[in-house]
Design a protein around this ligand. Structure first.
Ligand SMILES: [Zn+2]
Length: 136
């Protein structure tokens, strides 16, 4: 029993910590929910564990951090000046994985929408949302 509790406590703690970093994602989720969209979160039965899955629309939404997923021509994506090669390899690996995931999802007939974190900043939020809704 004690173990179950500590597990739950740990999960709760993780969510608290993660929550701080996923605020834009929360905003997006809230908005979609208010618009009547229903979704599953981080569905690990699908390749790449998409951030949002809208089964009714056979659509998945990825919310990509600009740095970790190498957002091209984005000011939030700059390879650090130290350990440059290590970072480059790491991020290239992430990008290659994203490509692989997209192929698998496409093969299964999923529609994919990638949203970049920079697009969820307050100044761009509305524009990003309306283009996202158009794709659904
Ligand atoms: Zn970006």
């Amino acid at each position: 029993m004690a173990d179950v509790h500590s597990k739950e406590q740990r999960r709760f703690n993780m969510q608290q910590i993660k929550g701080k970093h996923t605020k834009p994602e929360m905003l997006l989720r809230k908005y979609l929910h208010a618009q009547g969209f229903r979704y599953k979160l981080h569905d690990n039965t699908l390749p790449g564990k998409p951030d949002l899955v809208l089964p009714k629309y056979k659509t998945v939404i990825f919310i990509h951090g600009c740095f970790w997923h190498g957002h091209e021509n984005c000011k939030y994506f700059t390879i650090p000046k130290t350990r440059t090669q290590w970072w480059t390899e790491k991020i290239n690996k992430n990008i290659a994985n994203d490509v692989k995931v997209m192929k698998l999802l496409k093969k299964d007939g999923w529609k994919m929408i990638t949203t970049w974190e920079c697009g969820l900043k307050p100044a761009k939020f509305d524009k990003t949302l309306s283009s996202l809704l158009k794709k659904l």
